[in-house]
Design a binder for this molecule. Sequence first.
Ligand code: SF4
Length: 254
Amino acid sequence: MPSPLCSRLIPAYFPALSFMPTEDQIDLFSLGDVALTQASSDFNPDDIPTSARVPIPPGTYSSMEQMQAHCNQCFRCDLGKTRTHAVIGRGNPKAPIMIVGEGPGQNEDETGIAFVGKAGQLLDKILASVNLTEEDVFICNVVKCRPPGNRAPTKDEAEACKGYLLEQIRMVNPKIILLTGATALKGLLGITQGITKVRGQWIEQGDRLYMPIFHPAYLLRNPSREKGSPKWLMWQDIQAVRARLDELQAAGKV
Ligand code: SF4
């Protein structure tokens, strides 16, 4: 039986999905399953940072600061053993656009601020090129603690931290979510296709629009601006995002 949530996906927004294997299509809707996780009668929120087996039910947190306190004492995965600071995010906690990256790097771990290294600076420039500021976006990551050596987070680490990310999405309530890189795409929507195949495509799920985009760190490694290059493609994508936000604002939806 197909998931009832399937009807919420508009294929025209995401034609690449029609080529996805069945298993990937099922994974795509894992977001809804997790969001519906309910706490048992003996649920104690103070236990959340102690084990990934403790659920993070929707509505657990009323502010980013409250969640940050838990993340800074969290050992739901082993990344807690080596972090300096948990990195929750930066920007407007009521922004219409959320940007989800992979995980904190060294600068972020040291400062506790998201996307402050070279990749973050490039991201800010990309946003500024279409007049998007920190008022328009909230920027965060799939995992809140730095993976050693800047490796990609493992599946277990992403799963352990996913409840925090879902709470951030609930609190910010963005209309548009940009998934920067394959880890965010897989960690949030369960899509395992390469980012180069799906970037720039809109996915509608619930009342939100998702778009996979290149990670700015990838753009730093590919500086060409020629037509068809990653930077050129990012320019197309961010203009599409700006246009969609303008449409939503004109319609009074944000
Ligand atoms: S990465 Fe997330 S789940 Fe893992 S210790 Fe840090 S806050 Fe907890």
